[in-house]
Design a protein around this ligand. Structure first.
Ligand SMILES: NCc1[nH]cc(CCC(=O)O)c1CC(=O)O
Length: 307
């Protein structure tokens, strides 16, 4: 049998996620390691590191090259961070499975003080995420935010070099890299809500490929699938432009779902929030109606004002 070809980016985090997915499949099916081949692809997002993601076009930058190879059959499936996925995928491709979500919270790595609220006056925080920038400035308008791009390791090195007083990273990524010792604070999702999809690994494949669907079914985590369906519907309704700071987190409790969504201006001075509860089976409707509510509350001028 030819091995299944798994597409991934080459960053340490992407590789850790691909290996985790492969290991779950090996365990679920009693397969040998050589039943899988991990194929590392470089994406535009990996190659262009001198400009911010919102400048070069944001979402989809980390998936395009991989999706081309999925579409033409060179890959069987691909492993991604859900957070990096565009809301609409190329024709014929879909997210077939999600692994159980890791902690969705953001982590602060503080050099000058351990907690965001205790950073010195006029401190510098390094982050290229518009959402993190807006949330930091909502809580601490005195703070200056500077761009911090690159792999997790690169950002930690910039911080250690003294380029900023603190940086923010997803707890999930640090857990997967085994690098939680650097964390000085885990931020409360109520005041510092995560990005839609944060902490969840998704698997993308050709729709209608039943061999791959059957392979992936045993490692899919249904509550994560429902939560992500809600968050992605919310994002799609807001037309998740990469220039809009958007947060959204769905939590599942049995068959209930609780959703909290936020949009902000980049300077954090204005924000709108929505909270919804409903049945987990109506995940997409919940996300869509939350998105519609927040769009109507904010008004189109809110979304147009800085684009
Ligand atoms: N855009 C980069 C990216 N995409 C996913 C993660 C973290 C892992 C996750 O959210 O599952 C990160 C790094 C970070 O935000 O710290």
């Amino acid at each position: 049998m030819k091995p299944y070809r798994i597409g991934t980016r080459g960053s340490p985090l992407a590789l850790a996620q691909a290996h985790e997915t492969r290991d779950r499949l090996i365990e679920a099916h009693g397969l040998a390691e050589d039943a899988f081949e991990i194929v590392v692809l470089s994406t535009k997002g990996d190659r262009v590191t001198d400009r911010s993601l919102s400048e070069i076009g944001g979402k989809g930058l980390f998936t395009l090259e991989i999706e081309e190879q999925l579409s033409d059959g060179r890959l069987d499936f691909a492993v991604h961070s859900s957070k990096d996925m565009a809301t609409s995928l190329p024709d014929g491709l879909g997210i077939i499975a999600y692994l159980e979500r890791e902690d969705p919270r953001d982590a602060l790595i503080g050099r000058s003080a351990p907690r965001l609220l205790d950073l010195p006056a006029n401190a510098i925080v390094g982050t290229s995420s518009l959402r993190r920038q807006a949330l930091v400035r909502r809580l601490r308008p005195d703070i200056t935010v500077i761009g911090f791009r690159g792999q997790v390791e690169t950002r930690l090195r910039k911080l250690a070099d003294g380029q900023a007083d603190a940086t923010l990273l997803a707890h999930a990524g640090l857990l997967r890299l085994g690098n939680t010792a650097v964390i000085t604070e885990l931020l409360d999702p109520e005041s510092f809500p995560p990005a839609p999809g944060q902490g969840a690994i998704c698997i993308e494949a050709r729709l209608g490929d039943s061999r791959i669907a059957d392979l992936l079914a045993p490692i899919n985590h249904a509550p994560t699938f429902a939560a992500l369906t809600c968050e992605r519907a919310f994002l799609a309704t807001l037309d998740g432009s990469c220039r809009t700071p958007i947060a959204g987190l769905a939590r599942i409790d049995g068959d209930r779902m609780m959703f909290h969504g936020t949009v902000l201006t980049p300077d954090g001075s204005v924000s709108h929030e929505v909270r919804r509860q409903g049945h987990a089976a109506s995940a997409a409707e919940l996300g869509t109606s939350a998105g519609t509510e927040i769009r109507d509350a904010a008004g189109t001028a809110f979304f147009d004002s800085w684009i």
